[in-house]
Design a protein around this ligand. Sequence first.
Ligand code: FAD
Length: 451
Amino acid sequence: MIYDLAIIGGGPAGYTAAELAGKNGLKTIIFEKNVLGGVCLNEGCIPTKTLLYSAKVFHSAKDSAKYGISCENVQFDLSKIIARKNKVVRKLTAGIRAKMTESGVETVIGTAVIRDIAGQARNDNSIEILCNEQTYSAKNLLLCTGSEVVIPPISGIKETNFWTSREALDNKEIPESLVIIGGGVIGIEFASFFNTLGTKVVVVEMLDEILGGMDKELSALLRNELTKKGIEFHLGTKVVSVHNNQVEIEKDGEKRILETAKILLSVGRKPVLTGFGLENISLETFGNGLKVNEFMQTSQPNIYACGDITGFSLLAHTAVREAEVAVEHILGKAEKMSYKAIPGVVYTNPEIAGVGKTEDILQSEGVAYAVKQLPMAYSGRFVAENEQGNGVCKILESEDGNILGVHILGNPASEIIVIAGIAIEKGLKTGELKAMIFPHPTVGEIIKETL
Ligand SMILES: Cc1cc2nc3c(=O)[nH]c(=O)nc-3n(C[C@H](O)[C@H](O)[C@H](O)COP(=O)(O)OP(=O)(O)OC[C@H]3O[C@@H](n4cnc5c(N)ncnc54)[C@H](O)[C@@H]3O)c2cc1C
């Protein structure tokens, strides 16, 4: 049998594509070497947010007197927090398995490898995939092998017992102290989690601000909030070497040793381009990922690539949209992928979120813009729910009234940023967005207020 679509990798890109393809009548097969759900469900988005939610509940209980509630002797049980995280992951991965069945998608658990097709005279242009010693043929192939953690060549790293995000998710006890190497989104989310549960957290970041890519002013405000909670930051600082429980850092030529119970390495992720027979086909690369066009086709038109493998966005929601675009293209619909309004969110407490362009980007592009900015305290709902919370909503507007970027610090930035995302994607003018009716009282009203 020749499948219409074969998919390698069952993360957000792969399972979204499989479900959509199956529901639209394409004979679809998906290969996954571990567990359906990929990094996102099993060791990324969902487990981290489940842990962060437990930390938030713990913090709220300790903080409850401010809201007129007394909770005494508030404690947490890490084994129960981890068990709940595992339960959530199991529930959601089971949901993905059910979706595959409901959509008529065949799922094969095993490592899939593209067969060497260079020497094959194939009239039908199909691609062959080997998995569990069986060969499968497909008219179209979608590569969604995701990404893996980057281990930088720091002196002593090979001999040191460090955590990556994967080990940090399943730790058996809360370390007394933790040095996090890398102040990006993943590092800062873990900093927030461990700090809330009582670990002395130190973040070492090579750049001059945490959360590169997010609005710098808001990132600095978040850093101040986290500093007040006891997290120590070393910015513009390089890690020179690591050795068991010591991290040697250097700033402006001065070296210093940080003593720590644990080290969490979190300096980024890179696309997985090995282990699935990429060497057997010839596809162009771009940066450290696979090159794709606006329909997610690689340099071979019937081979598509979506998600982290392109090395472009490394976010689950981008992967999902890319998968939809790829499948729609296979189905003959010509919807192009748009990267104009991809929200970025950091699920710390408080949350920070942004969509569209940052001031740094606009300045580097030489685009003129105006800043509209308001403290979150202008939202009644925010004040009702945040006794001490600071926060900011910042909107960047072009000279002709287009919304260029929206950046929010304050809960629940992750939920309200979608309003701004829709406005930017659909090209709404600031006046048009302001004319919308926002339910009252909601924190989202801050967008209308700011405009
Ligand atoms: C700690 C952490 C937190 C994160 N939090 C967020 C977040 O809050 N929001 C967000 O948007 N993103 C988050 N991400 C990023 C998100 O997880 C990824 O962007 C997303 O998982 C990418 O989806 P994907 O489908 O491209 O790849 P993946 O989810 O990586 O899935 C790829 C799958 O391919 C499989 N595979 C690889 N090779 C083969 C093969 N040869 N045969 C069969 N199967 C194969 C792998 O086993 C894997 O399951 C986080 C990541 C991490 C690590």
